[in-house]
Design a protein around this ligand. Structure first.
Ligand SMILES: Cc1cc2nc3c(=O)[nH]c(=O)nc-3n(C[C@H](O)[C@H](O)[C@H](O)COP(=O)(O)OP(=O)(O)OC[C@H]3O[C@@H](n4cnc5c(N)ncnc54)[C@H](O)[C@@H]3O)c2cc1C
Length: 489
């Protein structure tokens, strides 16, 4: 019965497809390893599921591409049939603008996930859809280390092309600071290399706004010999929310002078075990345990209700962090309606943290469908990131101390930011008021999608980025995610 039903559904999908000029174009153009998936087919749901289902794009077909020529053919067919397309990798990207893609083509590039580490030249080359988890695993096996983000399921390039913030940025800079070269398929489907020497202007723009200029087929990164035999100290702490003021007073002081190998994440969220909002902190030190323990003494001194300090190999760090609770949850796709907001900051204001936490508690109390939400500070050391000149890459927010992120989860199918009194944006604005940044600054990878362009790409860089966009993508084919204008101002 089940098989019969599936066959009928598949047939229905095919018969729909035959009347679709897009599908008629794709079928003969794609390699035999490429799958075309339709909404009534099983793989479609899996391959379109995103980290947040809120503001999801809608597709009538997914081209699950296998080769570079498949990517080119998919772009050409979409263009020829006037179909909006969206090239996807691990699908953790969020922007309210994605909902403008309706009835489009998803070009799913998951097959571009190879990773090769050359230990002799200290380089790692990976496909455009490689996840942090896969890159870390390959690097660790080769006894190497390099900057990544802190969720194993996020794309090394999806995140990296926006900047790439992560725990090791104090030692090695951002992900973009370690890109040596990329091979990119431009919107017109030609493939070019970009590096400091070849297409340097494109290389500049790719490192901060990369998703605007085509699909990076593969990229080569600089890597480093692992530190402390690949063992990192992971320390987790849990505090009651009424510790917020004193906690952030201490953290603000420590943040002024964090060693390069040190990184802290903290977050406020409702905790069902305590039936209360709790403050969680994760500290990671890429070095020996005795040094790391000294660094987290200020967190121990604040008398956490629970603490856990362990040495973990780098390839297990993401799963171990935050009492082992964050890794798998951050990998969920197609399940939660999430609304993300973020603000970069130069100073930590304990009073603003208290006020913001109170608003979070009020939101949870008034709108119980928001209790899965969290507000988290991302505070890795900044030395190597800051040492790179601001003009070197299109990401130029090198004077930020950290990022305050709001991961708002709606557990029902109807709630929106508006129906919760816009409290998510209000919480962010409380932080912005005393962030030391004058205006809102938002890292593109954490942004909501309704921030002013200047908040994301900066007023200084927009004229140069717009000129590059005009040259590389004048028709705006790669405009799905945080698009650049072709003219600015
Ligand atoms: C749970 C979670 C944790 C995160 N942690 C971090 C972190 O630690 N550090 C950090 O910097 N950011 C982090 N981010 C933000 C992250 O940078 C963005 O969400 C990013 O867009 C994810 O990229 P993706 O490839 O996973 O997603 P996708 O949705 O597949 O892609 C996002 C955008 O990037 C484009 N893109 C992806 N790959 C390529 C490519 N090869 N060439 C050209 N364009 C490409 C896509 O076309 C799309 O426009 C996190 C996000 C989440 C949800």
């Amino acid at each position: 019965m089940h098989i019969l039903k599936l066959s009928l559904l598949a047939l229905a999908g095919l018969s729909n497809a035959s009347s679709d000029s897009l599908v008629n174009c794709l079928k003969p153009a794609l390699s035999s390893n490429t799958a075309l998936e339709h909404p009534d087919q099983e793989g479609f749901i899996q391959d379109t599921g995103r980290y947040s289902t809120l503001f999801s794009p809608s597709f009538r077909v997914v081209a699950k591409v296998a080769t570079e020529e498949d990517v080119a053919a998919s772009i050409r067919c979409a263009t020829d049939t006037n179909t909006t397309f969206f090239v996807t990798g691990p699908r953790h990207g969020f922007s309210q603008g994605l909902s403008q893609i309706k009835n489009g083509l998803e070009i799913y590039t998951g097959a571009f996930n190879h990773v090769v580490v050359d230990a002799d030249t200290n380089t790692l080359t990976c496909g455009g859809a490689t996840t942090f988890g896969d890159a870390i695993e390959a690097g660790y096996r080769a006894k190497k280390v390099f900057p990544t983000g802190s969720s194993s399921c996020v794309g090394m390039l999806g995140a990296g092309l926006g900047g790439g913030i992560g725990r090791l940025q104090g030692l090695y800079g951002l992900i973009i600071d370690n890109i040596l070269s990329v091979r990119i398929m431009l919107p017109n489907t030609t493939v070019v290399t970009a590096s400091e020497d070849t297409n340097p202007e494109l290389f500049w723009g790719i490192r901060g706004a990369g998703f605007n200029f085509g699909f990076v087929l593969n990229a080569t990164f600089r890597v480093y010999d692992q530190v402390n035999n690949g063992m990192h100290m992971n320390a987790d702490f849990l505090y009651p929310a009424n510790a917020t003021q004193s906690f952030f007073e201490k953290l603000a002081k420590e943040a002024e002078d964090m060693p390069a190998a040190f990184s802290i994440d903290t977050g406020a969220a409702y905790n069902p075990d305590y039936n209360a909002t709790m403050l969680i902190a994760n500290a990671v030190y890429a070095g020996p345990e005795d040094e790391g323990r000294k660094l987290v003494q200020f967190l121990i001194d604040q008398k956490p209700l629970v603490q856990n300090i362990t040495m973990v190999p780098w390839n297990k760090l993401i799963d171990a962090a935050l009492f082992g609770g964050a890794g798998a949850a951050a990998c969920e796709k197609g399940r939660y309606r999430k609304s993300l907001y973020s603000a970069g900051f130069k100073t930590i204001d304990p009073k603003a943290q208290v006020k913001m936490t109170q608003v979070l508690e009020q939101m949870n109390a008034k709108f119980p469908q928001t209790v899965g939400s969290g507000a988290a500070i991302y505070l890795p050391a900044i030395q190597a990131m800051k040492a790179v000149p601001k003009t070197a890459t299109a990401y130029n927010r090198r004077d930020l101390l950290g990022h305050m992120n709001f991961d708002i989860t709606y557990s029902d199918n109807t709630t929106t930011d508006e129906t919760v009194d816009n409290l998510p944006a209000k919480m962010r604005d409380i932080i912005v008021e005393t962030a030391g940044t004058n205006d809102l600054i938002t890292y593109v990878g954490f942004s909501h999608g309704n921030e002013p362009l200047e908040s994301i790409y900066s007023k200084e860089n927009l004229p140069r980025l717009a000129a590059l966009k005009k040259e590389i993508d004048p028709s705006g084919l790669f405009n799905a995610y945080h698009p650049l204008p072709t003219v600015y101002p």
